[in-house]
Design a protein around this ligand. Structure first.
Ligand code: ATP
Length: 367
């Protein structure tokens, strides 16, 4: 979290927000506090409720129940055009018959700002998105990335305390997307406004956000920094959604010393146990697993699993391997450029330290 010193952004509070369509709950008791000036990303699979949350905040959708405050004031029942919120969608929605300049100035025209001020602010907003030379062009004369930058300028030109963005880079190619991510980050820093950003792309969420709210089936599973979600996932769903992971399932036994999982005849242990009755699984990040040819003398880590290389992916900075384990499940391992390399079908041994295994309750929704 990184609130601006001048606190120009608005806080948002959702408290037990539910949105029902008939008997189906698109949002099922969502509570979330977004700090002034924070960059918050709503991340989750398709249909998990991200867009519905954004629409509720924007005022395009009513809540069925719960509280919604923007800048500490309830906005339930306040129409969208009176909320003074900037919005950018995936599809640019620029007015095709207006020049870029008139598109960007449009929110100021609506607000009755006089022409002199309008021109100055329009130019400032276009400069902010590095489109200052394009004011006289028409949207059809711009690339997709340029149109999206104009849409962003139009959303910030009236200096809203809150900007909502719904998959704004979703229609662009990867290179352009990565560059615009950095631009959006810079604009956020310079404006000090609260940004709420919807994506289903976990890498994009990690690049952009102060914090990320992970959605699943109309609920929030966890809110935290990228690092917190990666290192300390609260649920198996979060652990699998953020970053690569290996999930070990097996017959579990817990005692005072920790937890043992028996997986197709091999046993691995972790020095912790799970509170309660839930069936534990072990989640491991790729960098916590080492991969060696079987019987390698220097292999580190107390736990050993044997497997076969099912996929070898060259990443430039190293290699990523998918290793089929004896129980049919797949482990994901990364190996540095300097390490050994392995071919498809080759037998390998994975080692890990039990202290690096995250014990989590099994969660069938993660499959
Ligand atoms: P995506 O990434 O695909 O946009 P999302 O996480 O943004 O997904 P939402 O658009 O918020 O998901 O939708 C959440 C759920 O609510 C979905 O199952 C969707 O089908 C349902 N839903 C959304 N709008 C309506 C509607 N007007 N009537 C009925 N169901 C709806």
């Amino acid at each position: 979290m990184n609130p601006r010193p001048d606190n120009r952004g608005a806080a948002i509070d959702l408290e037990s927000v539910t949105k029902a369509y008939g008997t189906f709950k698109a949002l099922d008791g969502v509570s979330l506090r977004i700090e002034p000036g924070e960059f918050m990303t709503l991340l989750g699979p398709s249909g998990s409720g991200k867009t519905t949350t954004l629409n509720v905040v924007a005022g395009f959708t009513d809540v069925t129940s719960g509280k919604l405050l923007v800048g500490g004031k309830s906005v339930v029942g306040v129409p969208a055009h009176k909320r003074n919120i900037g919005v950018v969608f995936q599809h640019y929605a620029l007015f095709p018959h207006m020049t870029v300049g008139r598109n960007v100035a449009y929110p100021l025209t609506l607000r009755g700002i006089d022409q002199g001020k309008r021109k100055a602010r329009m130019a400032e907003a276009l400069d902010m998105v590095k489109m200052g030379d394009f004011a006289h062009r028409y949207p059809s004369e711009l690339s997709g990335g340029q149109q999206q930058r104009v849409a962003l300028a139009r959303a910030i030109v009236f200096d809203p305390p809150l900007l909502l963005m719904d998959e704004p880079l979703g229609a662009l190619d990867k290179k352009l997307r990565e560059w615009l991510q950095l631009e959006i980050k810079r604009i956020h820093r310079e404006l000090g406004t609260t940004f709420v950003y919807v994506t289903h792309d976990q890498e994009e969420a990690l690049v952009l956000s102060d914090r990320i709210a992970v959605f699943n089936r109309g609920r929030i599973e966890q809110v935290g920094t990228g690092r917190q979600l990666y290192d300390e996932p609260a649920t198996l769903f979060v652990g699998r959604f953020i970053g690569d992971s290996t999930v070990l399932r097996g017959e579990a036994k817990s005692d005072g010393t920790g937890t043992a999982l028996s997986i197709a005849g091999e046993t691995v242990t972790a020095p912790r146990r799970l509170a309660g009755e839930a069936n534990p699984v072990m989640l491991l990040r790729p960098e916590k697993l080492t991969i060696r040819r079987p019987g390698h003398a220097t292999a580190a880590g107390a736990n050993r699993l044997s497997g076969t290389i099912a996929e070898a992916i060259y990443l430039g900075s190293g290699s990523k391997y998918e290793v089929k384990l004896a129980d049919g499940s797949t482990a994901i391992v990364r190996s540095p450029l300097t390490g050994e390399s392995f071919g498809l079908g080759e037998k390998v041994e994975l080692r890990f330290d039990g202290a690096d295994a995250k014990l989590l309750p099994d969660d069938s929704t993660a499959d």
